[in-house]
Design a protein around this ligand. Structure first.
Ligand code: GRF
Length: 189
């Protein structure tokens, strides 16, 4: 699930396209103008736009129907800029992953790179975690670190972290899928 550029999505698609246990069933964007959506479409993936239209409940009902119809077993949020309600995330416990550009639990929410620079921290990074009802609050699965140098700006830091995000996300997804085949054997859908 994406909202923007979709570079994490593209990296997942590329790195995992030959994994025998993985079939990318659906790319969902909540933004019809998302550049990532255009790229996924050009690559021939099944894409859907689902806009919230200020009605979160309706959005999540439609999302639920779509995910069940497509027999989705794992949801990867990759730059998906929308908070899901607890009733939705409870239905998908340990089935939704998110990537966040900070070393959680530090710097939840937006603008992580400028906030970490202002904090004086010397190490920054990214986190893949399960999604629960709390913002960026679910169980942490793995993290990658980058050093902050004195010349870093939020742009250079963002670029450095994004490179690590791309490596981290597919590593975590591959690990989860292959670990005891859990998404195939434990799925309730
Ligand atoms: C990434 O930094 C991701 O961690 C954050 O939003 C950015 C999305 O980048 N949630 P992209 O759309 O994957 O290029």
């Amino acid at each position: 699930m994406i909202s923007g550029n979709g570079s994490n999505m593209l990296s997942l698609l590329e790195e995992l396209k030959n994994e025998p246990l993985i079939n990318f069933a659906l790319i969902i964007s909540n933004n019809p103008l998302s550049p990532g959506l255009k790229k996924a479409h050009q690559l021939g993936y099944n894409c859907k736009v689902l806009e919230p239209n200020n009605n979160k409940k309706n959005f999540e009902n439609c999302l639920q129907i779509l995910l069940v119809k497509e027999r989705i077993q794992l949801i990867c949020m990759a730059g998906f800029m929308q908070i899901l309600s607890s009733s939705f995330t409870r239905n998908w416990k340990k089935r939704i992953l998110n990537i966040h550009p900070s070393l959680l639990p530090k710097f939840k929410g937006l603008n992580t790179h400028s906030r970490v620079l202002a904090s004086g921290d010397k190490i920054h990074g990214c986190t893949v975690h399960y999604v629960n009802e709390q913002l960026d609050g679910g169980e942490i699965l793995d993290q990658a670190r980058v050093k902050i140098t004195k010349d870093d700006t939020s742009t250079t830091l963002s670029n450095k972290v994004l490179i690590e995000e791309h490596k981290l996300y597919f590593k975590v997804v591959r690990g989860l899928i292959t670990k005891e085949n859990q998404f195939l054997t434990n799925s309730s859908f």
